[in-house]
Write a protein that binds this ligand. Structure first.
Ligand code: GAR
Length: 221
């Protein structure tokens, strides 16, 4: 597939941008149906901006404090994205909560990644929340964005075990490995139509079902 035949998407970041990096890596493959049209950060110091530039992707910084209202801030973001012809917006560690108006203006076209098995452990410090709750498994989720934080139809999830000595950092790095697998796959599913949003659920039409379970701690058998 030529680059111009690929579907353009926008990626919004606030920091490191490793998930953005995983999307850019996937875009290198001629078979991957997506290209990144623009990377926008609300934080001028986001490390991900440098990576995007090195990959030849257009970048834009839109600081909330430069605008008197959230509506004006979002208008600038919205306009910049629409100019690229993007069909989807990928939130990749974008830490500002988008307004109901913005989210509704891109209905079913904004996706987000969160480091837990939603609807568990929404919001900040999802890894510490999982450790504090004593769960044996947590993971990560890519979902369609609704105006409520970390809510919306689930596209894909990965289950990651929590081990006895885990800290928030060790768990975060184990989960991050799967985030980088999940985000490009969620994009592929949506763009190819293998994933279809029906109401508040995503139906996967490819029939690749994994029916195995995971037990942690493993039973002695
Ligand atoms: C990722 O772990 C992502 O799941 C999380 O922020 C990190 C961003 O890392 N997002 C959220 O917690 C959203 N609620 P990155 O900048 O390296 O992609």
């Amino acid at each position: 597939m030529t680059n111009s035949a690929k579907t353009p998407v926008a990626v919004l970041i606030s920091g490191r941008g490793s998930n953005m990096g995983s999307i850019l890596d996937a875009c290198e493959s001629p078979d991957f149906p997506v290209r990144v049209g623009i990377v926008i950060s609300d934080n001028p110091k986001a490390e991900g901006l440098k990576v995007a530039k090195e990959n030849g992707v257009d970048t834009l910084v839109v600081k909330r404090s430069d605008y008197s209202s959230k509506a004006e801030f979002e208008e600038v973001i919205d306009k910049a994205i629409r100019e690229t012809g993007a069909k989807l917006i990928c939130l990749a560690g974008f830490m500002a909560l988008l307004s109901e108006d913005f989210v509704n203006g891109w209905h079913n076209q904004i996706i987000n990644i969160h480091p837990s098995l939603l609807p568990a452990f929404k919001g900040l410090e999802a890894h510490q929340q999982a450790i504090d709750a004593g769960v044996r498994f947590t993971g990560c989720t890519v979902h369609i964005v609704r105006p409520e934080m970390d809510a919306g139809p689930i596209i894909i999830q990965a289950v990651v075990p929590v081990t006895k000595n885990d800290t928030a950092d060790s768990l975060a790095s184990r989960i991050l490995h799967y985030e980088h697998v999940l985000y490009p796959e969620a994009l592929r599913l949506l763009i190819t139509g293998e994933a279809e949003i029906k109401g508040e659920k995503t139906i996967i039409n490819n029939g690749r079902w994994q029916k195995t379970g995971h037990v942690n701690p493993a039973p002695l058998i």
